[in-house]
Design a protein around this ligand. Structure first.
Ligand SMILES: [Fe+2]
Length: 388
């Protein structure tokens, strides 16, 4: 369990870092919601603040006075048991509260939490735990902020840059090799004192057949070969709903790829650049990851295969699609109350991703971390590692 001192430092750094991410934005960038999955930056700023107000201050700060009684209605995301809320698709339709108001709300709540730390002698384990969840929750939203900003700017026809020299395309400067993992019974899931989400525990054994997994992520260059070989036109490579998706949505390349005057370019957080063939592939859906693996005559690893092998390869630049459906581990138990809505209710029709990405905040991910998305989504930095 984290100490009170370390937790206060984590809280202070986390709150500050969210605002650093937003510093390059123009005021108009804060407001728009171009698609349902992409929330306006100002909503993230308010929602991460509401989370501390709702789950910490209302419960643990005696006589806490709400900054504004409408905050819960505007900034509750998906906690049905907390009460009424603005529907998700309407987040971008709210010109009020203003960005300035939301920054004031942030300061007010940050100060109230700081006061709680400074004045409270009786800091229970339960409070430490909820505060730690609040910090990691905000770190999750820091990643969403970056990917949502990328979507907002990258779908603007002017393709503006967010920040010069944002490093999203680190090259894997090592030879591709196949790592052989012997068959056996392996232990899966989180253990130890460090922070984890409830979906990672329930440590349990799994049997794995012998398999091979690549030490390297699939590159843009390799994926370009798939496109050139008409991979998007070959129905036999695709799941049925994936085929419907690529045809309905007219998908012919990863997100942010542009074919300009006979050359492939990619939009990055630093603007439009030549497609970097050696960089790890990003912004593909599970559907595309699966079809690519089929085309190679290979497959995606399961999340268990990934977890067992991860010590042997570098990871953390792309969220890696796995072949595993997002399900509860044995003995999974939801937290009591509204926080039980954090993870468990999403355990249907989603795929697990492992690793982390260039947008993931420092000290947020770990080897047992289970990210999850619906199979068509690709606005995160999602990539592919092959297995066979
Ligand atoms: Fe959230």
């Amino acid at each position: 369990m984290i100490s009170k001192e370390n937790l206060f430092q984590l809280f202070t750094e986390t709150r500050a870092h969210t605002e650093i991410i937003c510093a390059p934005l123009e005021i108009e960038d804060y407001v728009v919601q171009p698609v349902v999955d992409v929330s306006p930056p100002k909503w993230h700023l308010g929602h991460t603040t509401w989370f501390f107000e709702e789950f910490v201050l209302k419960k643990y700060q005696k006589d806490y006075k709400l900054f504004d009684e409408n905050s819960a209605f505007v900034f509750n995301s998906y906690y049905e048991s907390v009460g009424e809320k603005v529907v998700r698709t309407d987040r971008g339709n709210l010109s009020r509260p203003t960005v300035a108001w939301i920054y004031e709300y942030r300061s007010y709540v940050t100060k109230a939490i700081s006061d709680l730390f400074n004045n409270s002698t009786n800091f229970s384990e339960e409070l430490l735990n909820v505060m730690e969840i609040g910090c990691h929750h905000e770190k999750q939203h820091q990643e969403l902020l970056l990917t949502d900003i990328k979507y907002i700017l990258g779908n603007n026809p002017l393709l503006p840059s967010y920040q010069d020299n944002f490093k999203e395309n680190s090259i894997q400067e090592f030879k591709q090799e196949w790592l052989t993992i012997p068959e056996g019974v392996y232990e899966i899931g989180h253990e130890g004192d460090s922070f984890f989400y409830d979906n990672e525990i329930g440590r349990h054994k799994v049997y794995l057949n012998q398999y091979e997994i690549s030490n390297k992520l699939v590159t843009n260059g390799e994926y370009l070969e798939f496109i050139k070989d008409k991979g998007y036109k070959d129905v036999l490579l695709w799941h049925a709903e994936a085929w419907d998706w690529i045809n309905t949505e007219n998908i012919t390349a990863p997100s942010y790829w542009h074919f300009v005057d006979g050359n492939w370019k990619q939009y990055t957080l630093s603007g439009l650049q030549d497609l970097n063939l050696a960089a790890p592939l990003a912004h593909v859906s599970y559907y595309e990851a699966f079809a690519f693996a089929q085309w190679k005559g290979m497959r995606l690893p399961t999340e268990f295969e990934w977890e067992v092998a991860q010590e042997k390869f570098k990871w953390g630049s792309r969220w890696e699609w796995t072949e595993s459906s997002y399900d509860a581990y044995p003995n999974y138990k939801k937290a009591d109350g509204a926080l039980g809505e954090y993870n468990g209710k999403f355990m249907v029709n989603q795929k697990v991703l492992r690793g982390g990405s260039v947008a993931t905040s420092a000290n947020h991910t770990r080897a047992t971390y289970r990210n999850f998305f619906q199979p068509h989504l690709r606005w995160q930095f999602t990539g592919v590692r092959l297995a066979k």
